[in-house]
Design a protein around this ligand. Structure first.
Ligand code: AMP
Length: 379
């Protein structure tokens, strides 16, 4: 994937080259075309993912396309939680817009500096990057009008809520036109965001970028050494004895996925499979059932599991090990997110043990082993 293929014009491509960005980061490949198409976008990505350029570039492209017909009024509002982020985004806008034939003026406004200083610089500003409190101060002194906003960006929306900006955000939403494009970025998928998402976004394109697992210490890892034919009974034993109600089980083939699901169902455990041989509709249904708690066990292959975003997933079970240690970390990283502890259990045959040794070595962690042969499953 190249920046050229994303629909950006030459001046912006030149700017990108000057910044020495070799190719788009995943969030950029997805968000840039979606924003250019005029859709609302919800991006789940952390700082460091390249999220700033993912909304700044398409916004500037839209300015560039309008060319001469542009009126110099405020069209884009970017709300951010902190002054540091406001300044950072403003600088990114400056460096990308440098090459545009018609300049786009952007301004960052935030508390802690005299209001007047920022007010005098407002003239001809087309993109405003603001913290919510300072923006409302400016509105109340009549120094700014939000009636012609066409695009609203809420960056680090989760942090804005954490910092108590909920009421300010609601006030701002009342001041801007209802018809506009909305872009919302958040590092977490916290449910506290649900209200703001539903009030702001219309049919958004949802873009989820996996953060690398930062802290494996949050995940309790255990490995059971077990004969291949006892894996099924052990899986059922673990689910039943630990009262597991939401488990993502990983297998290495679509056939095993279907077999495991069939066995679980036969034993009265509610399970669904998600893999490449299922239709998109069946996958969506399985995932939504799992998220809603209608399906307790979701059995997935690695490929199908990408993009599964479930908050606070308590258990991941490796019914079979993945080939690469990276995939192992990726799998177990689905639990222990957002600072909530999770548990990852691997079912390992004697033949798989040397491979598991390599996984542990690469991950830099030793995993406690339990000999399942000594366990009485009770069935
Ligand atoms: P952000 O997540 O927006 O704070 O960006 C994190 C860092 O990645 C910043 O220093 C950007 O300049 C840099 N960056 C963003 N996109 C790219 C890219 N496609 N290639 C290389 N670096 C990038």
């Amino acid at each position: 994937m190249s920046f050229q293929s994303l629909g950006l014009s030459k001046p912006l491509l030149d700017a990108i080259q000057k910044m020495e960005y070799a190719e788009p980061y995943p969030i950029q490949s997805k968000a840039i075309p979606a924003i250019l198409s005029g859709k609302d976008v919800q991006g789940n990505a952390q700082t460091g993912s390249g999220k700033t350029a993912s909304f700044v570039l398409p916004i500037l492209e839209m300015f560039h396309k309008k060319k001469e017909s542009r009126n110099l009024h405020l069209k884009v509002l970017i709300l951010v939680p902190t002054r540091e982020l406001a300044m950072q985004i403003s600088e990114v806008i400056d460096s990308f817009s440098e090459h545009l034939p018609i300049k786009v003026k952007n301004l960052a406004v935030f508390g802690g500096v005299p209001l007047n200083q920022q007010m005098v610089r407002l003239k001809n500003t087309e993109i405003l990057v603001a913290t919510p409190g300072r923006l409302l101060d400016m509105v109340s002194t009549n120094s700014i009008h939000l009636g012609k906003i066409e695009i609203l960006v809420l960056d680090e929306a989760d942090k804005m809520l954490d910092m108590g900006f909920q009421d300010e955000m609601a006030d701002i939403l009342r001041l801007i036109p209802a018809k506009r494009q909305n872009i919302l970025f958040s590092a977490t998928l916290d449910t506290k965001l649900d209200k703001i998402k539903s009030s702001v976004l219309h049919n958004p394109e949802i873009i989820e970028i996996e953060a690398e697992v930062q802290n494996l210490d949050l995940i309790k890892q255990t490995a059971y050494i077990v004969n291949a034919e006892r894996k099924g009974p052990l899986l059922r034993h673990l689910i039943v004895s630990q009262n597991m109600v939401q488990v993502l089980v990983f297998v290495s083939s679509t056939r095993t996925a279907d077999n495991v699901v069939a066995k679980l169902k036969k034993n009265g455990i509610n399970a669904s499979a998600i893999h490449s041989k299922k239709t998109q509709a069946a996958r969506t249904e399985a995932l939504s059932g799992f998220k809603k708690g209608k399906v307790n066990i979701l059995v997935a292959t690695d490929l199908a599991s990408r993009g599964i975003d479930i908050q606070f997933l308590p258990f991941v079970i490796n019914y079979e090990l993945p080939r690469s240690p990276k995939d192992y970390v990726h799998r177990i990283g689905r639990t222990g997110r957002a600072n909530s502890p999770g548990e990852a259990i691997s079912l390992i045959t004697l033949e798989e043990e040397p491979h598991f040794y390599i996984i542990q070595k690469k991950m830099g962690k030793r995993v406690e082993k339990i000999d399942a042969e000594t366990l009485d499953f009770g069935f």
